[in-house]
Write a protein that binds this ligand. Structure first.
Ligand code: PMP
Length: 390
C-alpha cells in the first residue's frame, strides 16, 4: 500500500546524517569500546529527588488522563519562569505543555503554516528541523549562517529569503554551533519578522546553558509577543531527556488552537511526569546552574587544549553542550574526518554536514562525557587533525 508523500518524503531524500553515529553504535554492539561525543545527552541521569516526586505522584494516583494543555500548576510554573527570566507578562493561558521540545517544534509549525507554505530556518540546524517542517506539509527553506560570522545569521539574508514565507525558526543557544545570538542579531531578525509578517518560532531548549552574558528571548523584544512561539523543554535544563516534557509559550489564541491540536494528537503528557517537572522547576535557577556547570567547565578545558595547537579551531561560542570545530586545515570534509577518526581512534563525533551545508568542514563534539575522558579524547582528536593537515 502506498504511504503519503508527507511521511515517505520526511527526510527529503538525502542522508539522515546519522551514519557515523550508527557505525559507532554498531562497533559498540560488536564489542569495540567507542568514546561517544555524538548526541546531546548528559552524562548524569535525572536527579533522584525528581524521580522520587515522579514516583510519589504516580503512587498518589496521578496516572489517569491528565489535563490536555498541561496541569494548571505546571503551566503556572512555566509561565512564572518565563516571566521572571524575560520580564514579559505571561500566564498559564500562554502555555501549552507538550511531550518534549520536539513535539513542540512540530506543533508550532502545524500552527503557523498551511500545506505548501514556506517555513524558514537557519543552517547549521538541529538535524530534525527540515523533517519537522515537511511533517506538517510545509516547505523547509534554509538560510545559511556563515563560519566567517561565527554563525550569527545576517538579517539581510533572512530578509532576502522571507518574501512569501510564513515562519522563521531560530535556535539560540544553538545546536550544533554553541553560538548564542547577540542582541543585534535578534533585533535584526525581529525587525525582519515584523516587516515581512513572519511568525518567529524560537527554540530555547538550551536557555540555561549560557556561559557569557545572558540568554535573550526574542519574545521580549518590542512588538514580538504576538508573533513569537517559544519552544522550551525540561530535557537539557533539568537532565530529563527521557521524561518527554516541554512546552510552547505564545499568544493566548495560538495556545487555544495548540490545545485542540494536542487533543487530537498526543492527548497531553502523563500527570506524574508533569508533577515531577513542576517539582524540578521549583528547585530554581541554582539547580539549573548545577546541571549546566559540567558543560561550561568542559568548554574551558577545550579552549585550553585547542589553544595549544593549530590544526583545529574552535568556533567562538558561549553556550549549549557542544563544541563546533573547524577542521578545514586537514583538507577533509567533516564526514571524512569523523569516519577516519572513528576508525583510527574509536572516537565518535558528528560531521558538520549532518547539520546542513553551512557547517561543512566542521565537526560537532558533544561535551557529554566525564572531564578527564573528554580532555583525553579532544587531545587525541587534535593530534589526529595535526597529522592529517601536514
Ligand atoms: N531543539 C534542539 C535544538 C535540540 O537540540 C533538541 C534535542 N537535542 C530538541 C529541540 C528537542 O529536545 P526534546 O524533545 O528532548 O525537548
Amino acid at each position: 500500500m502506498e504511504l503519503s508523500s508527507r511521511i515517505t518524503g520526511l527526510l527529503g531524500g538525502g542522508s539522515d546524517g546519522w551514519g557515523v553515529f550508527s557505525r559507532a553504535r554498531q562497533m559498540i554492539a560488536d564489542g569495540t569500546p567507542v568514546t561517544e561525543l555524538t548526541i546531546g545527552e548528559h552524562d548524569i541521569r535525572t536527579a533522584s529527588p525528581i524521580l522520587q516526586e515522579m514516583h510519589r505522584a504516580a503512587m498518589g494516583g496521578h496516572t489517569g488522563y491528565a489535563s490536555v494543555p498541561g496541569t494548571p500548576a505546571l503551566r503556572d510554573r512555566v509561565a512564572a519562569r518565563v516571566q521572571n527570566r524575560t520580564g514579559v507578562p505571561t500566564t498559564r493561558d500562554n502555555v501549552v505543555i507538550t511531550p518534549g521540545g520536539q513535539a513542540a517544534l512540530f506543533a508550532a509549525h502545524a500552527a503557523t503554516t498551511n500545506p505548501g507554505d514556506t517555513a524558514l530556518f537557519i543552517d547549521p540546524y538541529y538535524a530534525t528541523y527540515p523533517g519537522t517542517i515537511r511533517g506538517v506539509s510545509a516547505i523547509p527553506k534554509a538560510i545559511p549562517a556563515h563560519a566567517s560570522d561565527a554563525f550569527q545569521p545576517r538579517a539581510g539574508e533572512v530578509a532576502a529569503a522571507a518574501p512569501g514565507a510564513r515562519s522563521l525558526l531560530i535556535n539560540s543557544p544553538n545546536n550544533p554551533t554553541g553560538v548564542v545570538y547577540s542582541r543585534a542579531t535578534l533585533e535584526g531578525i525581529a525587525d525582519v519578522c515584523k516587516d515581512q509578517n513572519l511568525w518567529l518560532i524560537s527554540d530555547e531548549v538550551y536557555d540555561t546553558q549560557v556561559w557569557n552574558g545572558t540568554h535573550l528571548s526574542p519574545r521580549a523584544l518590542p512588538d514580538m509577543v504576538e508573533r513569537t512561539l517559544v519552544v522550551g523543554s525540561m530535557s537539557k535544563s533539568h537532565a530529563m531527556t527521557g521524561s518527554r516534557c516541554g512546552w510552547i509559550v505564545g499568544p493566548r489564541d495560538a495556545i487555544e488552537h495548540l490545545t485542540n491540536l494536542a487533543t487530537h494528537t498526543t492527548y497531553g503528557v502523563p500527570g506524574f511526569i508533569q508533577d515531577a517537572a513542576e517539582f524540578a522547576l521549583n528547585q530554581g535557577p541554582s539547580f539549573e546552574a548545577e546541571i549546566a556547570a559540567p558543560f561550561q567547565r568542559r568548554r574551558l578545558l577545550a579552549q585550553e587544549i585547542i589553544g595549544a595547537q593549530n590544526a583545529v579551531s574552535l568556533v567562538p561560542a558561549d553556550g549549549a553542550m557542544y563544541l563546533m570545530l573547524d577542521i578545514r586545515s586537514t583538507g577533509m570534509s567533516g564526514e571524512e574526518f569523523a569516519y577516519a577518526l572513528l576508525d583510527a581512534h574509536h572516537i565518535a563525533v558528528m560531521p558538520g554536514e549532518s547539520f546542513g551545508s553551512a557547517a561543512a568542514g566542521h565537526i560537532r563534539v558533544a561535551m557529554t562525557i566525564k572531564d578527564a575522558a573528554f580532555a583525553a579524547a579532544l587531545k587525541t582528536l587534535c593530534r589526529f587533525a595535526e597529522q592529517k593537515s601536514q
